[in-house]
Design a protein around this ligand. Sequence first.
Ligand code: NAI
Length: 318
Amino acid sequence: APQELRYDGQTVVVTGAGGGLGRAYATFFGSRGANVVVNDLGGSFKGEGANSKAADIVVEEIRSKGGKAVANYDSVENGEAIIKTAIDNFGRIDVLINNAGILRDISFKNMKDQDWDLIQQVHVKGAFKCARAAWPYFRKQKYGRLISTASAAGLFGSFGQCNYSAAKLALVGFTETLAKEGLKYNILCNTIAPIAASRMTATVMPPDVLENLKPDWVVPLVAVLTHKSNTETGALYEAGGGHVARLRWERSKGAVLKPDETLTPGAIIGKWNEVTSFKDADHPDGPGNAMELLEAATQQPPNNPGENLDFKDKVVLI
Ligand code: NAI
């Protein structure tokens, strides 16, 4: 018979679990033996107000099916209180899913300080505060699983979302560093960029599209990454509508220029194809071989100045 991935005896904290994706994660973990902390501030999708109802309903849902769950109503900006709820009720924390989020979409031209600040506070500072509060427990028990939630808006940019894009990409770098610092303590940290129907996406996508983007279809990836059998860390995944994929950085082979007085703007123009071609690209996952490249550069012959071919008369640019 097939076996379920189980989380018995583990405590899972899901932030923003009162609705959308967070609710889907929380009810899943509740159905697979975990103790679940259902955190939700219960405000509007723009980050206004607060209400205990959102978290309470999900806790009730988990308990009614025989699962174990408690509510927490703090903002993720107050991460210590959320982790304290886990420790006070269940004595431990094993998994942290940084999921809570809000939107304050507005064109860059019209963006106010408050639209910017509130988004950074909730997404970036919130994830930091929750992770920092969980970290000593993860280290001490030499076990932890952490998920951060990025977004396509952060990876690729999205009209009207420069505040949100900045915050979401920040979480990628944040999580990559935690993955490196956590590795020797068996704290595995990954980032997901989900797509799912929620009150958040209801403001930006048509109903027929949302029909095919169930939050439940993002859950299995999160389940795999947070399970004790997982060994992946420091990676970024997309999940939505049944598609699951991994994303990574790509670096062109690039040009190596001699670092002397011949390293002029024109020398770069002369090697522009090498700078920008992704033929023979690689996929760095650390600061890498910078010293090697510097050394190789000093061995190069002097640079040739570039020729700007757009000009009728040949102009050599230096
Ligand atoms: P949602 O609005 O349904 O859920 C977010 C939950 O977070 C809400 O229940 C809200 O009350 C809670 N929350 C907001 N601020 C909070 C705070 N300061 N403290 C605690 N809880 C707070 O939205 P959805 O779509 O489920 O989003 C979940 C995460 O996924 C967010 O981080 C979002 O940015 C991200 N995301 C979602 C996408 C999607 O297609 N739904 C796309 C890309 C990213």
